[in-house]
Structures are given as structure tokens and as C-alpha cells.
Design a protein around this ligand. Structure first.
Ligand code: ADP
Length: 263
């Protein structure tokens, strides 16, 4: 049997195909989120990569900010539950997930079964989200994926004092005009995202096993700054951005099983 999880985010669409042994058959990401043809493109690529047809998919769960816009799914599950499930699949002992996406950040607490027990989120302010990194990368004429390498060259950190993205933008431009070292500035920018979200984590109380999910987790400079902020190791998988889609595929498997029981 084949199960599909689709995660429609604010900036990207992600998908995972899984079999009943919980093996990942294919995963795919498209840089187009809610309100675009991103989800359809993801599905097409997943099927091609696994050599399957539409009718081979037994059950689909959709999650993410744009989940209500995808009529093809058999059911919808919240992104909080999916990130919790997907992260617990990647790290069975994990008790806290820090999910930083394109326009929000969430901190999710899990029980020993990988189920969400509590959460806090920031969906009001771009600081502490991927949007902040995108705005800053734009000023520096870089791609967000280049920030980590640039920060690695830094011999010092230029801290960003503004907590608002718009003010931080002016601050970075003034620093550049004053001849600031770019790597030090980039390290400060990554640190600023970590520091904002660490504030959310502290509101909940840091757990022992913490992982990051969402696209921003791919930035090692943010992860390391988060480790310093929280004084704990941050678990990371290259599948971090797929955690929601992975959770959705796992829910698809569970739901398909339950529907069969009721038949
Ligand atoms: P959403 O689900 O809201 O669309 P994602 O979890 O897919 O968000 O994450 C998208 C965000 O991740 C974007 O803001 C993007 O800039 C950021 N991102 C993706 N890859 C990287 C990377 N290598 N370094 C830093 N940020 C990244």
C-alpha cells in the first residue's frame, strides 16, 4: 500500500510517499506554497520518482497553512500534529520540536508516544521566521541557502538590536554603509532568528531532547545559535523541512488502517 502526505506551506509545498513498512519511497519540495500549483507539481514528481500512478495511492493526508485549499486529500490534519508525528519518526526520543517556517514559528511539546501535548507559536511577526532571513538575504544579495556558509567565515558577531524586521532592515543597511564585515553581520542575523524563537521556547520550558523542523532548520548557523541560546543540543535531520509531510504520510497510514477496520 502507498500513503501520501502533502504539506502546503506559506512559501513551499512538500510531499512524501511512504509504504506500509514506513519506508520513504519519495520526497519532493517545490518553492511555491498556498494558492499555487505547487501541491500538484509535488504530487506529479513524487509519482514519477516512485514509478507509480495516481490510482496507486491508497490514502492522502494534507497538512499545512494551505491544507483547506487541497480538495484531493482523503483528510486533513493540523500542521502542529504532523510536525510532532514526523519529528518523532525522525527522532523517537524527541520531546520538543522547534518548527521555523516561511512565516511563522512554533514550539511543540511531545509525550513519549510522539503526540503533541502543548504548543506556543509566533504567527504575528516576521522576526524569528524564514521571512526575516529572506529579507536580510535580499539586502545582502544572497540566497538564504548561502547564509550558513557566510556566517561560518565570521570571526565575530554583529548583533542586530532591532526586534522588528523593518527596523532590522534599516539597521543592516546602516551597518553595511558603515563598512561592517558581512560574515559577522550574517552571523548576527542568524542569531537574531534563534534568539526570537528561543524566547518562545523559554515560555514553555526547555525539554531534554529538542529538534528543529521547517526550512530554517537547514541553516546550521541558526541551529548553533539556538544551541547556545538554550544550552542544549539541537537534533537535526536533512529531512527537517519534510517533517510535516512525513507526519501527514504517517497519519495517512493510520487513517487508512482505521477505515479498513470499520469496513
Ligand atoms: P512554509 O511551510 O511556511 O512554506 P518551510 O518550512 O518550507 O515554510 O520553510 C521555508 C523557509 O525556510 C523559507 O523562509 C526559506 O527561506 C527557509 N529556508 C529553506 N532552506 C533554507 C536554508 N538552507 N537556510 C536558511 N533558510 C532556509
Amino acid at each position: 500500500m502507498v500513503f501520501m502526505g502533502i504539506d502546503i506551506g506559506s512559501t513551499t509545498s512538500k510531499g512524501v510517499l511512504m509504504n506500509e513498512e514506513q519506508a520513504i519511497l519519495a520526497q519532493h519540495l517545490v518553492h511555491a506554497g498556498i494558492g499555487t500549483s505547487g501541491p500538484a507539481a509535488v504530487k506529479k514528481e513524487l509519482l514519477a520518482a516512485a514509478g507509480l500512478q495516481d490510482e496507486d495511492i491508497d490514502y492522502t493526508v494534507v497538512t499545512g497553512y494551505g491544507r483547506r485549499t487541497y480538495a484531493e486529500a482523503d483528510s486533513q490534519v493540523s500542521e502542529l500534529s504532523c510536525h510532532a508525528k514526523g519529528s518523532a519518526f525522525l527522532f523517537p526520543d524527541v520531546r520538543m520540536v522547534i518548527d521555523i517556517g516561511g512565516q511563522d514559528a512554533k514550539v511543540i511539546r511531545l509525550d513519549s508516544h510522539g503526540r503533541m501535548t502543548d504548543f506556543v507559536m509566533n504567527d504575528k511577526c516576521a522576526a524569528g521566521t524564514g521571512r526575516f532571513l529572506e529579507v536580510m538575504a535580499g539586502i545582502l544579495q544572497m540566497d538564504v541557502s548561502e547564509l550558513e556558509q557566510e556566517a561560518a567565515k565570521a570571526t565575530q558577531t554583529l548583533r542586530i538590536s532591532s526586534t522588528c524586521t523593518v527596523f532590522a532592515e534599516s539597521e543592516v543597511i546602516s551597518q553595511l554603509a558603515a563598512g561592517a564585515e558581512i560574515p559577522a553581520l550574517v552571523k548576527g542575523i542568524c542569531g537574531s532568528v534563534a534568539s526570537r524563537t528561543a524566547g518562545l521556547v523559554r515560555r514553555m520550558g526547555v525539554e531534554e531532547k529538542v529538534c528543529m523542523s521547517g526550512g530554517v532548520a537547514n541553516n546550521g548557523a541558526v541551529r548553533r545559535a539556538m544551541e547556545e541560546e538554550l544550552g542544549t543540543e539541537i537534533l537535526y535531520s536533512p529531512l527537517a523541512q519534510f517533517a510535516g509531510a512525513l507526519g501527514a504520510a504517517l497519519y495517512a497510514m493510520e487513517k487508512a488502517g482505521k477505515e479498513k477496520e470499520h469496513e
